[in-house]
Design a protein. Structure first.
Length: 365
């Protein structure tokens, strides 16, 4: 896919006008249509963005609520929590962050925590599909149904969902959903999408205005066309989505369903192996796990600066053993968890090596 992306970059640089005016738009639509089919959505209900955090910002800026309450959980991705605080606060909205227990006993812990935070003034909830720090697959369909029953719109942060779980966006009936293509789909970095339910599209506009797109004014494609062109820049990552979906499916006999099943099985097997070696228990029921799993570790220190903070353990694993693995201070410092992942290129031997390195580090403490 890197070679494919370079091909599109070369086309742009070789003849920018020809590529941007004649080739770009058909390629964009072909990739968006392939993505829509993959995620279970209609092409005219989604548009492409560089990453899910940008998508969350687009949605929040388009939410007209003022002096209301916006809801999220303590498991929400840090960048999205910050966007919620800044944009919601500027609109005079109160941000309520409910605490979902961790370790987790069942999905009821999540459902009960979210429901406990709803008030008559709650108008919007930002909820993870698969949480980043705690690696939990939330019961998102049930959450959406409960929030809708209370009159609350739902923005789903599904950054990790495409390619990890069988995503069907239309069936969820979320109000808004954002997700990355450059995580589990393995598309080039800088490819993601925003879904806006048709019931909200008339009031949903670009955050960054460029030329007005007057194509398809008589059909459903017109709305999403407004988000295609932000100006001259490198859009090559968007143009590799279709190729990536098709290529990845050829790597194993069972295509994407087998990829998802194999990754999940290896992530859980590897996490259990490490947890057993360390003498700890996994904090989440296996039924709520995908291709990322958290493992409790020993405490770190409380950092004085949090932006891009790496724990001592994370640095030690990388500097001494050439292992790159997230070590999260979650639910809050100094409590530390490690998040392991699995993709087709991983093997159980790598988790065995990680476990031995952790034991060696712990013995030297």
């Amino acid at each position: 896919m890197i070679e494919k992306q370079k091909h599109y970059m070369d086309l742009l640089e070789y003849e920018p006008v020809d590529f941007s005016i004649r080739k770009w738009f058909p390629l964009y639509h072909a990739n968006k249509e392939a993505l829509a089919e993959f995620i279970g959505a209609k092409p005219h209900d989604i548009y492409l963005v560089p990453n899910a955090t940008v998508g969350v910002n687009h949605v929040l800026h388009n939410t007209k609520d003022t002096n209301k309450t916006w809801l999220t959980t303590n498991h929400a991705y840090g960048a999205c929590q910050h966007a919620l605080q800044r944009i919601g606060g500027a609109k005079g909205n109160e941000i309520v962050k409910v605490t979902v227990p961790f370790p987790l006993q069942s999905e009821d812990d999540i459902l009960d925590a979210i429901e406990s935070g709803i008030t008559p003034d709650t108008t919007l909830a930002l909820i993870d599909y698969i949480s980043s720090g705690s690696a939990i697959i939330f019961p998102i369909k049930k959450i959406i149904e409960r929030l809708h029953a209370r009159g609350v719109k739902v923005l789903v942060d599904a950054a990790h969902a495409p390619g990890m779980v069988d995503l069907n966006v239309d069936a969820l009936d979320a109000d808004y959903l954002v997700a990355n293509c450059h995580k589990w789909m393995c598309c080039p970095k800088g490819s993601a999408f925003v879904y806006v339910n048709p019931r909200h599209q008339a009031e949903f506009h670009p955050v960054l205005y460029s030329f007005f797109n007057d194509w398809d004014v008589d059909n459903a494609r017109h709305w999403s066309n407004q988000f295609i062109w932000e100006g001259t820049r490198d859009y090559s990552a968007y143009l590799c989505i279709k190729d990536t979906i098709e290529y990845m499916a050829t790597l194993v006999p069972g295509g994407w369903p087998e990829i998802m099943a194999r990754n999940r099985a290896l992530a859980i097997q590897g996490a259990k192996l490490i947890a057993d070696k360390l003498g700890v228990s996994l904090p989440v029921p296996e039924s709520m796990l995908g291709s990322i799993v958290t493992i409790p570790l020993w405490d770190d220190k409380v950092p004085t600066k949090c932006f891009h903070y790496y724990s001592d353990l994370k640095n030690k694993l990388y500097d001494t053993y050439q292992i790159e693995v997230p070590c999260m201070l979650f639910p809050k410092a100094p409590t530390q968890h490690m998040r392991v992942s699995a993709q087709l290129y991983n093997s159980l031997a790598q988790y065995e090596y990680l476990a031995e390195c952790l034991l060696e580090i712990r013995r030297g403490m």
